[in-house]
Write a protein that binds this ligand. Structure first.
Ligand code: AMP
Ligand code: MG
Length: 659
């Protein structure tokens, strides 16, 4: 092992017989080298009908082919006159003009000259007739006998006239190359009579996913299979950044097949984006193929970024070829940070305008020294209305961290952490900050989704951040949430939740969740037994493997009290959620564990009831009267709320029932 710091992205791959990431470039260096190998390059222009040009960049300047307006035009309804005729006109001494025998409506070419002492009726938008130099509004005139009109005000020359070319002058640069075409630009082009625009041709980008385990969404998931997430993400992100993506599917890690597909894709497209197989392990073939696809080849393989270290950037015969890391969050980050800027430049688009806001970071965030680290955050409003940025990260393998986040903060390569309470710049994923109406931070439960559903249907925005019971209590103490769902048992008394409250917080009863022993149906060691017998059977069989829970979980306290000091095989397998326990047993990584009934049922497992867990809410008293909180409490106590919880397998706690 040489200079490779361990990382969650690929440390598991640093086995014997693997190449190393010998040269890790900084993010800035890698991007600079990549761009230097690609730019400058010509942008191909193509004419697109206006209707299809929206969002594209102009490849060339557009010069106005005509004057707009094309003729001197009246701005009002009134009379075209010679201003010198009415220089003396007032209310008391109106000037009388003879009407010419035509009326100039829009689209009518004037035929008669406005001679001295005459006027021609004209509508808004009508061409100003020969001889006239001003328009008098109809409001300041009065019809007179004998085909004449009285004018009661003077007019300066040019009054209410828009001269030819005053809006757009023929020969001027109407729109500059690089302008992104929006509705306003389309309007300008249409005003000049242009039915198409010379836009930068969208770069064609082939997208391939790699990995033996990948399955396309829509197909059933086999054991050890993973749905191809990157294919869909990358395809969409390319379209968002001005490219035309062609998704070619997912390929197994088969060097010959993959190479054939990559060569064909590269021949037919302007750019190639792969994901997966970028680590330097034995099964990771993509980078080996890239290294022989064309000159100059690999520019960077290994970038000091987190997430995203195994990123591979190459240029093959002038075309960018990129291998994104396999983990979807890493793939997304590296795409947006390193690939989108290059793609946008190829598409003739300006760099993306990032929106930033300042927010306080409520917890210490550890960071790896030497790597620029991006941490995704969710924004909520703090006590004084200031923004608070909560890390949503669940590791680079988690897709939800991206989907739930409002933006990200950046921890520089030279820092090993960001202190709690820091002010940080948050780069937003969307142009607006959306601060939710109701913020729930703590332990998650599927029952919670049932209660908030009607609130969301009623137009309220709700954010639920799953940080565990203790994390929720800390957030509530800091006033960063309205409610913290908790299920904490005090070990010495066996009491739930209430002992953990602090001043400023009050307990709102939630619901009960039956916890019990889960096993695979048909396992004769457990089938038909009660809890005590089941436990005895499990402990009596040395091949029977358990799955535990993490320290601090209420269920863990229950398990430890059941075991009474025994440490059966599997005790140190300590996942952090009810679902993970069920998955371990269902997939035979363990034979028994303790989880809640709805989760056991959902996973198709046998269930032996043990004890009810109390899932309640710590309510921040100062936020009690906020409308969204009142609505939540009403939904919780409503008849429908009770029914929905029951359907989901929970028993609502009746108000007043001992907690
Ligand atoms: P790799 O870089 O191929 O070693 O992949 C690293 C991790 O990312 C593995 O857990 C893969 O299963 C996962 N992964 C790779 N490609 C994808 C993909 N297209 N969609 C979802 N997960 C992926
Ligand atoms: Mg792979």
């Amino acid at each position: 092992m040489t200079d490779t710091p361990s990382s969650s992205d690929f440390s598991d791959r640093q086995g014997i017989g693997q190449d190393q990431f010998l040269t890790i470039l900084s993010r800035e260096e890698a991007l600079a080298r990549f761009e230097a190998a690609l730019f400058p390059r010509a942008i191909t222009a193509e004419a697109r009908p206006l209707a299809d040009a929206l969002g594209l960049a102009l490849a060339e300047n557009v010069v106005a082919p005509i004057d707009v307006p094309p003729f001197d035009r009246s701005n009002v309804d009134g009379f075209a006159v010679r201003s010198s005729d009415i220089a003396e006109a007032t209310e008391g001494r109106p000037v009388r003009l003879t009407l010419n025998g035509e009326t100039i409506a829009c689209g009518v070419t004037p035929e008669l000259t406005v001679a001295a002492g005459t006027a021609t009726p004209i509508s808004t938008g009508g061409p100003v007739p020969r001889g006239a130099d001003a328009i008098v509004m109809v409001e300041y005139t009065h019809p007179a006998e004998g085909g004449a009109i009285e004018i009661r005000r003077s007019a300066s020359p040019g009054q209410f006239v828009s001269y030819a070319g005053s809006d757009i002058a023929r020969g001027e640069v109407l729109l500059r190359a690089g302008t992104v075409i929006g509705s306003r630009e389309i309007g300008m082009l249409a005003a000049c009579g242009e039915h198409s625009a010379p836009v930068a041709r969208k770069p064609r980008v082939a997208v391939l996913s790699t990995g033996d385990e990948l399955v396309q969404p829509g197909a059933p998931l086999p054991s050890a299979g993973i749905y191809d997430t990157n294919g869909a993400i990358v395809t969409a992100a390319i379209a968002e950044n001005g490219g035309e993506a062609a998704f070619l599917g997912s390929f197994p890690d088969d060097e010959a097949r993959l190479e054939a597909a990559m060569r064909q894709a590269l021949a037919e497209n302007d750019m190639l984006v792969l994901s997966g197989g970028t680590s330097k392990g034995a099964g990771d073939v993509s980078h080996r193929i890239v290294s022989r696809l064309g000159k100059p080849g690999i520019i960077a393989h290994g970038v000091a970024l987190k997430p995203g270290k195994p990123l591979c950037l190459a240029v093959c015969d002038g075309k960018p070829v990129v291998i994104l890391p396999g983990f979807p969050t890493s793939a997304m980050f590296t795409f947006h940070d390193m690939i989108a800027p290059v793609l946008r430049r190829m598409a003739g688009l300006p760099p993306r305008a990032d929106m930033q806001v300042t927010a306080r970071v409520p917890l210490r965030i550890a960071s790896e020294l030497g790597r620029t680290e991006f941490v995704m955050v969710s924004l909520v409003k703090g006590e004084e209305g200031n923004l608070v940025a909560y890390p949503t990260g669940k590791g680079s393998g988690a897709i939800t961290s991206f989907a739930q986040a409002d933006g990200f903060i950046r921890i520089e390569a030279l820092a090993d952490h960001m202190p709690s309470g820091s002010k940080a710049e948050v780069t937003l994923f969307t142009p607006q900050v959306r601060v939710p109406d109701l913020v729930i931070i703590g332990s998650h439960c599927t029952g919670l989704d049932r209660i908030v559903t009607p609130l969301v249907a009623g137009g309220r925005t709700v954010r639920i951040l799953a940080v565990g019971s203790l994390g929720g209590l800390a957030a509530a103490r800091r006033g960063e949430c309205d409610l913290a769902p908790i299920h904490l048992m005090e070990e010495k008394t066996g009491r739930y939740n209430e002992p953990f409250l602090e001043p400023g917080l009050e307990l709102v009863p939630g619901w009960r969740r039956m916890q019990g022993i889960v096993y695979r149906p048909g396992d004769e060691r457990f089938e038909g037994l009660d809890a005590r017998e089941a436990l005895r059977a499990a402990l009596g069989d040395p091949t029977c493997l358990m799955v535990n829970r993490n320290q601090g979980a209420g269920t863990r306290i229950l398990i430890d009290s059941l075991l009474g000091g025994a440490r059966p095989d599997g005790y140190w397998n300590q996942p952090r959620s009810h679902n993970a326990v069920a998955a371990a047993v269902a997939q035979k990584r363990a034979d028994w564990g303790v989880t809640i009934e709805p989760v056991a049922e959902g996973a198709g497992l046998g269930f032996i009831p043990l004890a009810e867990e109390h899932y309640d809410f710590a309510l921040v008293t100062s936020r009690k009267d906020r409308p969204a909180v009142t609505a939540f409490l009403a939904a919780l106590q409503s008849e429908e709320g009770g029914k929905a919880l029951e359907e989901a397998g929970f028993r609502r706690t009746i108000a007043g029932e001992a907690i």
